[in-house]
Design a protein around this ligand. Sequence first.
Ligand code: SF4
Length: 433
Amino acid sequence: MTDTNDNQKLTIIEDVACTLCGCVCDDLRIGVRDNNIQSLENTCQLAEDWLWKQNERLASVCKVGSDDSTLEDAVAKSFELIQQSKNPLIYGLSSSSTPGQRAACHLADRIGAVIDTSASTCHAPSIMAVQRLGESTSSLGEIKNRSDLVIFWGSNPVQSHPRHLERYSNDPNGEFLDAQDRDRYLIVVDTVRTETAELADLFIQIEPDSDFEVLWALRSLVQGKQPVGEIIGGVPNDVLTDLAGRMINCQHGAIFFGLGLASGTLPHLNVEALLSLATDLHQHTRFVVRRMRRYGDVAGADSVLCWQTGYPFSVNLNRDYPRYNPGEYSAGDMLARHEPDLAILIGSDGLQKLPAAAINWLANIPTIALLHEDSELPFEPTVKIPVATYGVNLPGTAYRMDETPIPLRAYLETDLPSDEEVLKQLIELVMTK
Ligand code: SF4
């Protein structure tokens, strides 16, 4: 709904979705006057810092090397680099949207590139665990309305997803919760006492790298067996017994896990242990497991790559069929091994998580960067094309961390092209020349 106050010429845009983190909160109210944001409501500090920056028009000029360029020349130079490349890599996509992600897959197919998303630097082990075992899943709305027990495992949403507790997991009165359960029970399991742990009803501190042992002990307890040892992963047996009892006896439980679980020595085994625990719990009650996705549309990038190639990330399209092999075709590993001779970066999310050797190689090879105005790179790309931002300058779709598609609204005008438009121009050149 749009509401205009004629005296002040301030337009209030309702139900705007924020794409900064995987919560994709879609209840923001943004006041816009003269193509500038004037007021913000229903935001968190992360969103405010990012949204106020949208008023600054920072780098709307294309660059080829250090020289300013027209869009036409920048696209022509990009095409020249693609023609010279034998092993191109397309990487990023989590701050794009469905149209840009689809165009990136199309270009990768046409030029025989490896295409990878920033999932490969964060929840890749979780995706692989889900592919092996399946997952017990639900929307955030279902958790909001049904879960009387919520557990955050290796995740600190107060810092990383500031409105998660308010919108989905703690504060709302669940529609299907008994009146006395409206104040749901919140547990945090982590290696350190985080800000979220301060808000929890129960905080269980485990030793670093002991998630697997603790989860396996909980599986034993849920199955009615006693785990061996008085203390497991730094947690006394009676605390784990109490936790298992709470899990078994809840009406609807939800575990959200973050990179605290899905990282370390064998992260996919940690996630598999958690998914198996949820399966065990289904002997007693309903339990779901959800990933805390960091970037705004990283779940959308998984989805679009799956529709287009059959696989969610790390896909090689240089034969006539897609090949999927995390590690072999993950951007960070490929770059560290000096395999790509051209990188097309769409958005810069996830770059900071690439290993130093990968960043060094990016600084050595030709790079084409389709970036939002406020994005920064740790090196100077060969071609830099600023693109409009979905959900600010362009409509589109972003997938929330629970894979629910959320429509995006445009409320600031820009002359910048979308990444989809730039990629389509490149596809046209590739197909016609
Ligand atoms: S929690 Fe995430 S999606 Fe919601 S307003 Fe804050 S940054 Fe945006």
